[in-house]
Write a protein of this length. Structure first.
Length: 145
């Protein structure tokens, strides 16, 4: 009689622990994204890119597929070369789904408020795959359209 009770107690404890870790991970990812918008809105593309894993297999998918942290950074720097082109970035509708303790998927919407000279406003959706690394949670795949 004691054994099933202890097994249930251990299982409940593990589930509560996973739930708490999932909440912590989701909050951490949201904070990284908040830090990214702050960096973007300061005109700091390198700071924005701190949310991405600095690796050759980090991938950005937009109108084409781009691989490698350096390549993605260069793309952002070329496409958003002035404060007017960068505008003000906001994210909304962010949903974080933890796949396991090391990977998560994030979906949401972005909005860039820009003047006509900067290219006008831009809106779209994104999905991100995040990996928990020794440097914290980092985006490893970004599909933005």
């Amino acid at each position: 009689m004691k054994r099933p009770f202890l097994m249930c107690l251990m299982l409940a404890s593990l589930l509560l622990s996973f739930h708490a870790n999932a909440q912590d991970s989701a909050a951490t990812i949201r904070q990284v994204m908040h830090d990214q918008t702050d960096a973007w809105n300061r005109g700091d593309i390198v700071g924005f890119m701190a949310g991405y894993k600095d690796a050759p297999d980090t991938t950005f998918i937009g109108s084409e597929v781009q691989r490698g942290y350096g390549s993605i950074l260069a793309r952002y720097q070329a496409k958003y070369s002035s404060p007017a082109a960068m505008g003000k970035l906001t994210f909304s509708g962010i949903e974080v789904r933890l796949l396991d303790e090391n990977f998560a998927v994030v979906t949401g919407r972005f909005h860039l408020e820009r003047t006509a000279a900067g290219g006008g406003p831009a809106n779209g959706v994104f999905s991100l795959v995040w990996e928990k690394t020794d440097k914290g949670w980092k985006a490893i795949l970004d599909h933005t359209s």
